[in-house]
Design a protein around this ligand. Structure first.
Ligand code: NIG
Ligand code: FE
Length: 407
């Protein structure tokens, strides 16, 4: 790559719309890292002769970070959606053997190639909206082979596409049918066999548990966290989504990097998160799609200054969505998050939810040049529009990896 100065742009380097540089420039050296950024008029003469790329007055933000996805899975669950429209609840469908377990059947049946192909289509949609880092969970395999298949697909997506993939082992997502009535035995399998093997193979960056009435109990979740600790891996948790079980407090005792969903979180849970520095990941797509009415306790999170991230939760059961921009709009309309909160939620705070604040979510000299250019007049438009393509260019490690037609 030629050393390049990106210019004719407005810059929002920290994902914070209150800190901007009008008529800015970004100098990217040939190794794909940022050499300098600032106002065009201050560009050091050293970079004056570099190749130039005109961003046509676009607003530039750090590449977006989608920090909670189940992007890799087989099949889809439109039929269940129809059942829900006819009156069944998400929980009822899960108890009847549908829900997560029906995606487990489809995921187990899919070849690695087929799984890669259908997941790649979803990933491509996210990349066209400026996502340059993404978390992908397992949890629809629920046996060693199938969990490995999912995680290998996630890793391969990161190799084949211009995006950094962080994998999360979610073996404790649901009870597989062959363990019906034997949840503790399944947790043994997760902790003693699956997690150690997959971690040894380098397929796991973090460990997650679905701590819920239809998922796993506090005691079972704790066993998974202990196993993660033994493997030296950070933990995350799906908690307080359908009820308040105290999963967040438990996860905080294991220094969880994030606690996700959180509609039923109470103040004790929020206080525990501050102690442990745990990021709250809010998932408006799931809230919307299962027609939840309990709002996450945003005022409490604000009052206690817990960092809040926003993500797609892309999955076939509760959030069949491949648009982080749509989630940004929903975080504002449904949760009443402000524009700055939403923008930080998909950049700095999302990076922190992955334990990667040092690598993603802000643009600074020395960091990899991962940024998105937006065809908007103001940053608020990123939260205002929904269903409208806004991303004119995605640059990863200094290379243009996506360009809007006609840009
Ligand atoms: O994040 N809550 C558990 N897991 C997913 C849903 C999974 C599914 O229904 O397939 C979620 O909402
Ligand atoms: Fe999820």
């Amino acid at each position: 790559m030629k050393p390049t100065v990106w210019h004719n742009l407005n810059l929002c380097p920290h994902g914070d719309p209150d800190v901007t540089i009008l008529d800015g420039a970004i100098a990217v050296q040939d190794d794909g890292t940022i050499a300098w950024l600032g106002a065009q008029r201050d560009l050091p003469s050293l970079y004056a002769g570099w190749h130039r790329e005109d961003l046509k007055r676009a607003w530039v933000t750090p590449g977006l970070v989608d920090c909670h996805t189940h992007l890799v899975y087989g099949g889809q669950r439109a039929d269940e959606f129809a059942q829900r429209l006819a009156g069944a609840s998400y929980e009822e469908i899960a108890r009847r053997g549908g829900g997560i377990v029906s995606t487990v059947r489809a995921t187990r049946a899919a070849s690695e190639e087929a799984l890669f192909a259908q997941s790649a289509e979803r990933l491509e949609a996210l990349l066209a909206e400026g996502v340059t880092a993404i978390e992908i969970k397992s949890g629809y395999g629920l046996d060693l082979e199938s969990e490995r298949k999912m995680l290998r697909v996630a890793r391969r997506l990161g190799e084949r596409y211009p995006v950094t993939v962080y994998t999360t082992f979610l073996g404790a997502h649901a009870l597989p049918p062959e363990f019906a009535g034997r949840a503790d035995a399944y947790i043994n399998e997760v902790c003693d066999r699956m997690l150690p093997a997959l971690a040894d193979e380098g397929l796991v960056d973090a460990v997650d548990v679905f701590c819920e009435r239809i998922g796993f109990s506090l005691a079972q979740s704790e066993r998974v966290f202990e196993a993660a600790e033994r493997a030296g891996l950070p933990v995350k948790v799906h908690a307080e989504q359908l009820s308040n079980m105290g999963g967040t407090q438990l996860a905080a005792r294991y220094n969880a990097i994030s606690a996700d969903h959180l509609e039923f979180l109470d103040e004790a849970g929020v206080l525990a998160m501050i102690e442990s520095g745990t990021v709250a990941v809010l998932l408006p797509g799931a809230f919307y799609f299962i027609r939840e009415t309990q709002l996450p306790p945003l005022d409490l999170l604000r009052r206690h200054r817990v960092p809040v991230a926003v993500s797609t939760d892309c999955n076939p059961g509760t959030s069949p969505c491949t648009s982080l921009l749509t989630m940004m709009n929903m975080a504002a309309t449904l949760f009443r998050m402000s524009v700055p909160e939403v923008l930080r939620g998909v950049t700095v705070h999302a990076a922190r939810a992955l334990g990667q604040a040092g690598r993603h979510g802000t643009l600074e000299a020395g960091r990899q040049a991962d940024f998105a250019a937006w065809r908007v007049q103001s940053l608020a438009e990123l939260v205002y529009w929904f269903g409208r393509p806004l991303c004119s260019r995605v640059v990863r490690a200094g290379h243009t990896v996506y360009q809007m037609r006609g840009d």
